[in-house]
Design a protein around this ligand. Structure first.
Ligand SMILES: *[C@@H]1O[C@H](CO)[C@@H](O)[C@H](O)[C@H]1NC(C)=O
Length: 159
């Protein structure tokens, strides 16, 4: 009796991205790999929510320990992806511990903001920021505990 053929397929997800610069024949290409297990992918970024809610400074440290940075969404679309797929509210890498608000994605300053009406109001010495459960930003005490989402780039192979 003939046994049916069986196929074993590994799960490999690769996206080929080709970028060409305008008015120029040269293109750069890169292969974008899948995020590591337990990380969610959105475009060329990977995200992971930590198992515990933490104060802001600890949140930053814990993300760094796993080779990533505290999340800092740069658009409404990115925020919606995170709220729908990871956590309805979470810390973002924004603080005014030095007197003016600074938001950073890793080491890059971020210009996108989405403060709620009347925020940030520094209500009770509130120097750190969250995306609230209604989706806009609010300043809260850095010692508060909030969900933590870490971000890292998806693996890329340039050629
Ligand atoms: C949540 O993730 C799923 C699967 O990746 C995606 O299809 C969906 O668009 C995401 N939600 C948002 C709001 O981006």
């Amino acid at each position: 009796m003939m046994l049916p053929k069986r196929y074993t397929c590994g799960l490999i997800s690769l996206c080929l991205m080709i970028r060409c610069t305008g008015g120029n024949e040269r293109c750069g290409a890169s292969i974008r790999g899948a995020c590591p297990p337990a990380w969610s992918q959105w475009g060329d970024k990977c995200y992971k929510q930590l198992s515990e809610n933490l104060p802001w400074a600890e949140a930053k440290q814990e993300c760094i320990k796993i080779g990533s940075v505290l999340v800092m969404p740069q658009s409404q679309e990115e925020t919606e992806f995170l709220r729908e797929n990871l956590s309805i509210w979470f810390w973002i890498d924004c603080n005014d511990l030095e007197g003016s608000w600074e938001c950073r994605d890793g080491t890059t300053d971020v210009v996108y903001t989405d403060w709620g009406r009347g925020e940030p109001n520094n209500g009770h010495r509130e120097d750190c920021a969250v995306v609230t459960d209604s989706g806009v930003w609010n300043d809260v005490k850095c010692e508060d505990r909030a969900p933590v989402i870490c971000k890292r780039p998806a693996p890329q192979l340039q050629f």
